[in-house]
Design a protein around this ligand. Structure first.
Ligand code: GUN
Ligand code: FE
Length: 481
């Protein structure tokens, strides 16, 4: 298949390419063979011929005006079982919220029937939001997690899925009975996920991920066993929460009086490494930042959740200046939306809050690019795609559209019909206002950049017409028509 249209592609933390009339060739394995920029309509045939293709050999998907292709979103942290609670419990802070709202809901997945009932629409929501790779926390139940893995697998989404480990400081109705059973169920889940059939390129689309809930809810024995498991299997991803809330940090330090800091707890159990995803990281101390950097672990920034649960505002600009890997996470249901677009907006606002609190006038002149600054559009795009891929250590394969990488992509449609012609399913925030054009007094904003900005700040599911993973159409508005 060859796609023909505008392309928006992240390149670095501060740059992206935005080019019209691109040809993107995707092979039968779902990988990108080649991309040619700036091909006039009249030269499409000629370019195909130069590439050794007859137009009868290929299906050409031509984008309409108002559409562009971009890489799919990588959601580096979310909780599938918590989605029924979206928008619930935001008058509480983390530890109370877990007790009052989260554990009661997660415990319902003891019933496999409940998992089968709710997980299909949950996975659909993430796909419709444009998430092509998703890092899911499951619950502690082996069978329901297998159901989640089956549903994600049959949906065609790329994912990391983890069976949650938790054997202390949890309510009696939602706790694992022993470190041994926690570990044997974890091993069973890992084997199950690895036995699922591969994707179109003959490589797996779904990976298991070791998922100790957080230090508070794992006994020393459990963490020791997880250490052995992680050590014996260095390919295995690890995900957990870190320094989200001050009371949580304090309690963690009380539980580990001999360890220097929160990150040190995970490090002492061998859980900080290059394929570790650390969610939140709002309150990391300087030494912890250095340690995370040294271990090459990645941060999942979850700003919507951090606002909702009043956890704090993570200093993402500082982390970027220090060279940490950073991606974004929706963190349902601490976050109220499964959409990475909403997360990007809140990442923008969070960075602005940091800037206003610390340095409302000046930006540092010492070469630091991000600290105390509102994150630029290019950075938001990067974090939601390429940054997330780096955090998942899948950046050789996904995160941007380049020859050799997988075609994990979105066709975005910001076509601005006006309110008189709009269908009931179009997005009112993007209806055009008759007889006006965007006002930019000095330099007119390039059209594609304007489209990207509108999409990030005003777009939603209705503006995502196609979602592809490994070349296969798995969602978007066109998938259902
Ligand atoms: N820390 C431990 N468990 C959770 C959870 O489910 N959500 C969030 N946001 N933080 C956590
Ligand atoms: Fe979380």
């Amino acid at each position: 298949t060859v796609y023909y249209g505008s392309l928006i592609n992240p390149t670095t933390l501060t740059t992206y390419e935005a080019t019209a009339n691109c040809l993107i060739a995707v092979n039968a394995q779902g990988n990108i063979d080649w991309i040619v920029h700036d091909v006039k309509d009249s030269s499409v045939q000629e370019t195909l011929l130069q590439k050794g293709l007859l137009d009868t050999d290929v299906a050409i998907v031509e984008l309409r005006e108002g559409q562009f292709i971009m890489p799919g979103f990588v959601d580096t942290h979310t909780h599938a079982p918590q989605v029924p609670n979206l928008g619930t419990g935001y008058q509480s802070e983390l530890l109370d919220w877990l007790e009052k709202f989260t554990f009661p809901l997660e415990s319902k997945f003891q019933d496999v029937g409940f998992a089968k009932e709710v997980y299909p629409s949950i996975v659909k929501k993430f796909i419709a939001s444009g998430t092509t790779t998703c890092c899911y926390y499951g619950t502690l139940h082996l069978e329901s997690n297998k159901v989640l893995a089956d549903i994600v697998h049959s949906s065609g989404q790329r994912a990391l899925i983890g069976k949650c480990n938790m054997d202390r400081h949890c309510p009696p109705y939602y706790i694992e009975s022993s470190p041994n059973s926690s570990i044997s169920n974890t091993q069973a889940f890992i084997s199950y996920v690895r036995s699922l059939p591969p994707g179109p390129s003959n490589e797996p689309l779904i990976y298991p991920v070791l998922t100790p809930r957080f230090a508070i809810s794992c006994s020393n024995e459990l963490l020791s066993s997880l250490k052995s498991l992680a050590h014996s299997d260095t390919q295995l991803h690890i995900q957990t929460h870190i320094a989200e809330n001050l009371k949580e940090v304090q309690f963690t330090k009380e539980l580990y009086p001999d360890v220097e800091h929160y990150a040190g707890v995970y490090d002492s159990y061998g859980l900080l490494r290059t394929n570790t995803i650390l969610a939140h990281a709002v309150w990391l101390e300087e030494k912890e930042i250095d340690l995370v950097k040294q271990r090459k672990a990645g941060i999942s920034h979850c700003p919507t959740s951090n606002f909702n649960l009043r956890s704090g505002v993570a200093p993402i600009g500082k982390y970027l200046d220090r060279g940490l890997k950073v991606g974004l996470g929706t963190d349902a249901s601490g976050g109220f939306s499964p959409s990475m677009l909403v997360t990007m907006r809140n990442a923008s606002i969070a960075s602005t809050v940091v800037a206003l609190q610390n340095n409302p006038i000046n930006t540092p002149a010492d070469g630091r690019k991000f600290i105390n600054r509102q994150l630029p559009l290019a950075t938001l795009l990067y974090l939601a795609t390429k940054g997330g891929a780096e955090v998942c250590v899948l950046d050789k394969q996904i995160g941007s559209l380049e020859p050799g990488k997988s075609f994990d992509a979105l066709i975005v449609d910001v076509h601005t019909s006006d309110s008189s012609t709009a269908t009931k399913n179009s997005n009112p925030a993007l209806w055009s206002i008759p007889d006006t054009s965007p006002i930019s007094s000095l330099s007119p904003q390039p059209v594609l950049e304007g489209m990207l900005e509108k999409f990030i700040f005003c777009g939603d599911d209705r503006n995502i017409s196609a979602v592809y993973v490994q070349g296969k159409l798995i969602g978007g508005t066109s998938y259902y028509t």
